[in-house]
Write a protein that binds this ligand. Structure first.
Ligand code: UD1
Ligand code: CA
Length: 385
């Protein structure tokens, strides 16, 4: 943990290639806005100041994200990444380090940021870099023969030789705030894009004899950003693959780790089985030996030990006891509480009802706002409301 840590998240960009009316940083990965993922990770670092630069999309961004701990700073017009961080300067703690993150790069691991911050210091700037087989479009890390970093050169400003460099700037950096304040005021925009480049602080650091260190992430995907729907979809798959790996490591059996979507927090007991095509949203807890059948959606629910969901069921804001059987084609709506050994069968909808031990509604019924005792058999075609 760093004391006097300030975090600045850049989120003012347009995201034209998303071809959407929704501001880019509000597009979801795993059901949550890109920016929310970045903020989650930032908060684990316990920064003194947390500042988000927004612009395109206007007030929709702060309105959607909220967060009492965030200082929202509007950047208008958007004159480059250096200009973006400049807007945050009055809000940064002059002591300590400023960490710059991108609102459209949602998967950077906390450990990676910790090690980046570990490298930064009062006289040291730290850059997160990656080696890419195809570095096209990125700023290149230019090093002196001895290996020390001398500058970052943007693709559009790079010489043919510099374009051959495979080590690129991810954009994420940790800079001693005192120096940052000085350097940002001195940025110029005489470059191919006419922008104020944050990356120019690297050459300034070299001039000021501030050391420039580099750190690489454990996985390249940690630094992937989103500029298009294709990249958004790609990140979603990587994210979901991580979730699946986490579940497998915890002992959950997945019929196919590539056909599972977790949009929230899924916790499982021992010997849980999940068939293909299931979606879990919000907070879901599956007890020991729970089985979830193919193509079911479970949202904010707790399924008790040994319960089984048969295919094509939708379960939302419910709790079941032990050994319940739900589905196929069942719908449990908010406020449903099943006790132990309850059976809810095909085309049965239950809303805001308590159903006692060993009771059954096996076919084609609507059970709404009901309190059903033990050992009750609700016959086909029954409606309560
Ligand atoms: C930037 C880096 C480049 C790096 C690349 C990694 C600079 C000059 N270049 O280039 O070295 O390889 O990221 O993806 O920093 N933003 C604002 N306000 C602005 C401009 C940008 O908030 O005025 C935000 C964008 O929303 C985005 C991020 O900053 O989240 C990066 O901006 P972008 O224009 O994508 O930078 P690149 O040109 O890709
Ligand atoms: Ca970019």
């Amino acid at each position: 943990m760093k004391t006097h840590l300030s975090v600045v998240v850049l989120a003012a960009g347009l995201g034209k290639r998303m071809r959407s009316d929704l501001p880019k940083v509000l597009h979801p990965v795993a059901g949550r806005p890109l920016l929310a993922h970045v903020l989650d990770t930032a908060r684990t670092l316990k920064p003194e100041r947390l500042c988000v630069i927004y612009g395109h999309g206007g007030e929709a961004v702060p309105k959607t994200i909220g967060g009492a701990d965030i200082t929202w700073v509007k950047q208008e017009p958007q004159l480059g990444t250096g200009h973006a961080v400049l807007q945050a300067l009055p809000h940064l703690d002059p002591e300590g380090i400023t960490l710059v993150l991108y609102g459209d790069v949602p998967m950077t691991a906390r450990d990676t940021l910790e090690s980046l911050l570990g490298k930064a210091g009062p006289q040291r700037l730290a850059l997160l870099t990656v080696d890419l087989p195809n570095p096209h479009g990125y700023g290149r890390i230019v090093r002196h023969k001895a290996g020390t970093v001398t500058a970052i050169v943007e693709e559009k400003d790079a010489s043919a030789a510099q374009r051959k460099i495979g080590e690129v700037n991810t954009g994420i950096m940790a800079v001693p705030t005192r120096y940052l304040k000085d350097w940002l005021h001195r940025l110029e925009n005489r470059n191919a894009q006419g922008e104020y480049y944050l990356t120019d602080v690297v050459a300034m650091a070299v001039k000021a004899k501030v050391e420039v260190a580099t750190v690489q992430p454990a996985h390249d995907w940690e630094t992937l950003g989103v500029n298009s729907k294709a990249q958004l979809a790609e990140l979603e798959r990587i994210y979901q693959r991580q979730q699946a790996t986490r579940l497998l490591d915890a002992g959950v059996t997945l019929a196919d780790p590539a056909r599972l979507d977790v949009r929230g927090e899924l916790t499982c007991g021992r010997d849980v089985f999940i068939d293909v095509g299931c979606v879990f949203e919000g907070r879901v807890n599956l007890g020991d030996a729970v089985r979830v059948g193919a193509h079911s959606v479970v949202k904010n629910a707790l399924l008790g030990e040994g319960s089984e969901v048969l295919p094509f069921s939708l379960i939302e804001e419910c709790e079941t006891g032990r050994r319940c059987r739900v589905g196929p084609y069942a719908r449990l709506r908010p406020g449903t509480r099943l006790a132990d050994d309850v059976h809810i069968g095909n085309f049965v909808e239950v809303k805001n009802s308590q159903i006692g031990d060993k009771s059954k509604a096996n076919h084609l019924s609507y059970v709404g706002d009901a309190t059903v005792g033990r050992d009750v058999n609700i016959g086909a075609g029954t409606i309560t409301c």
